[in-house]
Design a protein around this ligand. Structure first.
Ligand SMILES: [Zn+2]
Length: 304
């Protein structure tokens, strides 16, 4: 919105808007398969700083968080985002930016997942994926019998499923989630599920980090399994992330790795995550395009 009367304090804002618009036109499109929407969050009240930069929280309400996330997406030309966490909040994101948001139904406890609701939402065309499944936070592995009806439903409906793997913030079992265990994030625990449900379309959120051997093993044996690089690409030390990514690329998995930011409550992490991919000098331009866009189009069948 242009206004004829410019105050000096508005100038920096307008300048950044202009460069964002230029960026959007220049950049090739990106798909972010790991985005969170919240109706409320304890970390907003605590003012939790960005864990990587230490910078203060900038958006502490649903509306502010959504708008700041959209601004960041537009700046980097993210054309599609798979949004989960609070389902109703994700629907509001979709209402606010309809052609760009895909809504995913996430849960931590399979006993609280509503199968009839999933069916209805899928039939209505609103639900396109299941995830983020934070089973690990409840002390539950993907091979737990309580998950069986959900794996069966996902296979029947042919919807992609994003499973949280690997780690969580330091001290997690002492705070929110006493049942959290590192070992439940081992991607190898998916094997029996993949045997029982060979048509299941599952992606390993956080690419199984730091279980690199098990991630390679599962993705080698089960070519239908994809992975996203969410949170690793911005919150881990860059050198370590690049080493992990390079190992997966060397194993020939470059056509099944997808960009995810997992921005959580820090919208600026979206840009940090993209820079994490773009700064990987060992990737060819083609490999970067695969990670940032092409692989997600194939996995989510966005061209159909
Ligand atoms: Zn996660």
């Amino acid at each position: 919105m242009r206004t004829p009367i410019l105050s000096l304090t508005l100038l920096p804002f307008l300048a950044s808007t202009t460069s964002a618009q230029e960026n959007e036109q220049d950049r090739p499109p990106i798909i972010d398969v790991h985005v969170h929407a919240y109706a409320e969050d304890d970390r907003w009240a605590l003012g939790a700083p960005n864990p990587r930069t230490g910078q203060p929280l900038t958006a502490a309400s649903e509306q502010a968080h959504m708008q700041a996330s959209f601004d960041e997406m537009k700046k980097y030309h993210i054309v599609t985002a798979v949004v989960s966490n609070d389902y109703d909040a994700a629907l509001r994101w979709k209402a606010a930016w309809p052609d760009h948001i895909l809504v995913s139904y996430g849960f931590d406890d399979p006993d609280e997942a509503d199968l009839a609701f999933i069916r209805r939402e899928h039939a209505a065309g609103r639900l396109v994926a299941l995830g983020e499944l934070g089973l690990q936070y409840m002390g539950i592995g993907p091979n737990d019998p309580r998950m069986e009806p959900l794996w069966a439903l996902a296979e029947e409906l042919d919807v992609p499923v994003g499973l949280h793997t690997g780690l969580a913030p330091p001290g997690t079992p002492y705070t929110c989630c006493p049942k959290f265990r590192i070992t439940l994030g081992n991607p190898a625990l998916l094997e029996e599920v993949l045997i029982r449900h060979p048509s299941l379309r599952v992606y390993l959120m956080h690419a199984g980090f730091p279980y690199v051997q098990e991630t390679i093993a599962i993705m080698h044996m089960y070519p239908q399994v994809y992975a996203d690089l969410g949170v690793l690409d911005w919150s881990r030390p860059r050198e370590e992330f690049h080493e992990y990514l390079r190992t997966l690329i060397r194993s020939g998995l470059g056509e099944r790795l997808m960009f995810g930011s997992d921005q959580m409550i820090w919208p600026e992490a979206i840009g940090m995550a993209i820079e994490g991919i773009e700064s990987a000098s060992f990737l060819t331009e083609e490999q970067k395009r695969d990670i940032l866009y092409n692989n997600a189009v194939r996995f989510f069948r966005l061209d159909q």
